[in-house]
Design a protein around this ligand. Structure first.
Ligand SMILES: Nc1nc2c(c(=O)[nH]1)N[C@H]1C(S)=C(S)[C@@H](COP(=O)(O)O)O[C@H]1N2
Ligand SMILES: [Mo]
Length: 322
């Protein structure tokens, strides 16, 4: 297999140790909360490998992040209440069964309408990206939500480096297909591999994140290690995990959930309290990890990110294109 080496962004390299130390200041706030909320201090004390931080240029938070910070979902829930059907359909399955997934080495194949196709080593991809912490709400179509301090890099910046052609109208993402490692793929809960997609302008929106970590740590396997998408204004199923292929296409990708039940799961899947799932309402959401006395909140249009993304859908009937 041909493994392309990406050119380095900067000449003056900083050592992984320096990068890690610089990043500490940024993550200390979330880590403090993590310490407070984590049942085992040992977990929190475990240091993230230095390679998590590829750059010392960690950008500032989005405006709504200080509000969200007070609502962070405890690490314990973020990493034990998961959807990752490759490891089973129960929420508790991924945390147990994904531990043996081999995430190193990891390669990502870049294909289709793009100037720089090829199979890239994830380590080489990361050398060119600026990692940031971004606090986003993840809203599942099953009507629950959590707030997660993700670590990752801008999908838009990455796409620009890959030089898509003028024919690239959509981006398709594919998860690893390996039934030996992913027991859920031996059964037919979905058609494997898991595929998701975005329109090009959605992918280029500054909110779209390629996540490599959370809570200042490397991404746990159950959360989609070593590389997953996070699109905060869409239902959680768009945020595809353990990505091995990114393909630029002229036509709308055929996505797994849409293919499984097209009446229930649209391609756009924008969070919208006014458009019900055929079998249940999307008006309210259960806050994972919150106290029993405050179990639900009103779901917001575009999951609260309307200022940043509503313009992408101007003139579109959101009931038709759900
Ligand atoms: N490959 C893959 N990606 C996936 C899924 C999956 O089953 N397989 N589940 C999706 C769904 S439905 C949700 S809600 C989120 C859950 O992410 P989390 O477990 O990190 O909270 O992952 C999404 N990404
Ligand atoms: Mo979901």
């Amino acid at each position: 297999m041909l493994i392309k080496k990406l050119q380095r962004f900067t000449e003056n390299e900083v050592t992984p140790k320096e990068l890690y130390d610089n990043s500490r200041a940024l993550i200390s706030a979330s880590r403090r909360q993590f310490l407070a909320q984590s049942s085992t201090v040992m977990l929190a004390a475990g240091l993230a490998p230095a390679t998590l931080w590829a750059s010392d240029e960690l950008s500032s938070f989005h405006s709504n992040q200080s509000v969200l910070r007070s609502e962070l979902t405890p690490y314990k829930y973020v990493t034990t209440y998961n959807n990752f059907y490759e490891f089973g359909t129960a929420k508790s399955d991924p945390a147990v069964k994904a531990q043996t997934l081999k995430t190193k080495p990891w390669h990502v194949s870049i294909e289709g309408e793009v100037g720089k196709p090829g199979v890239y080593d994830l380590e080489d991809i990361l050398k060119r990206q600026s990692l940031e912490e971004r606090i986003y709400r993840l809203r599942c179509v099953e009507a629950w939500s959590m707030v997660v301090p993700w670590v990752g890099f801008s999908l838009a910046a990455f796409i620009k480096q890959l030089e898509p052609t003028s024919k690239a109208k959509f981006v398709e993402f594919t998860t690893l297909h390996d039934p030996e490692q992913m027991p859920g793929q031996r059964g037919g809960s979905l058609k494997w591999p898991y595929v998701e997609g975005l329109r090009m302008d959605e992918a280029m929106n500054p909110l779209s994140l390629m996540a490599t970590g959370l809570y200042g740590e490397q991404l746990p396997n159950q959360n989609g290690a070593p590389l997953r998408l996070v699109v905060p204004w869409k239902y959680g199923f768009k945020s595809i995990k353990s990505i091995v292929k990114i393909r630029f296409t002229e036509t709308m990708p055929v996505t797994s959930w849409n293919q499984a039940a097209s009446r229930e799961y649209g391609f756009y899947a924008n969070v919208n309290p006014q458009v019900s799932h055929p079998r249940w309402s999307q008006r309210r959401e259960r806050v994972i990890g919150a106290s029993l006395f405050n179990p639900k909140r009103n779901t917001e249009i575009f999951n609260g990110y309307a200022d940043e993304v509503a313009h992408l859908y101007k003139g579109m009937n959101l009931k038709e294109f759900f």
